[in-house]
Design a protein around this ligand. Sequence first.
Ligand code: GLN
Length: 229
Amino acid sequence: MVRIGVAMLQGARHEHCEAIQHAAYEMNAEVEIVQLRKASDIDSTIHGLILPGGESTTMRIASQSESLLDGIFYWMVTYPDRPVLGTCAGAILLANPGHDQTPFIDVEVARNAWGRQRFSFEAPVEISLDTPDNTKDATIELARDKFNHKPLPMAKHAAKSQQDAFPGVFIRAPRFNQESINCRKVAMLNDETVGVLDGSKLALTFHPELTDDRRFHRWLINQITHNNR
Ligand code: GLN
């Protein structure tokens, strides 16, 4: 059984949990989501993890009481081959973990580099990453949440082909210093790199969990099953 941890500090964490559920369904994989809230929640039984987007400063502050980020970084150093997906603020944390921790991705990142919130935008992103196909034609209905909110319906056949552009959602997004990229470029917004892969760490400056395209979440599951083979 694949176990994926999601850092529940702040930001779009529930959306990531939902996205993993969808991706697992699309791949016929059995996945358990482990919501990480304190350092002791993360251990050797976690096969991969997600650092969601939100506000990296807030995440660092929220982490202080239960030392979750320290625990996550320790886990990442201990298991360097286990895949991590960092989105937006999560990408900032991978590039700049702080606490004297060596960065996990070899690229400089500038926070809020597109400007203020009203300069947030959506745009198609070209991706070059091996992502397993969605094998399902239908979609699943997720259960209502504790507020009785019904999750957004997922589009049928969402991006079945690897060649399709990815719907990039950029919310007060960071930008990679383009000259500083010393790892694989896997997502491009026109000429600008907006996603990088450094070993097992995938860092995106946008929010795939806010779309119905589960390619990056399928990538994460696939990396884990590959590691465990
Ligand atoms: N602006 C946020 C930060 O600096 C990142 C934005 C996001 O994750 N959507 O942490």
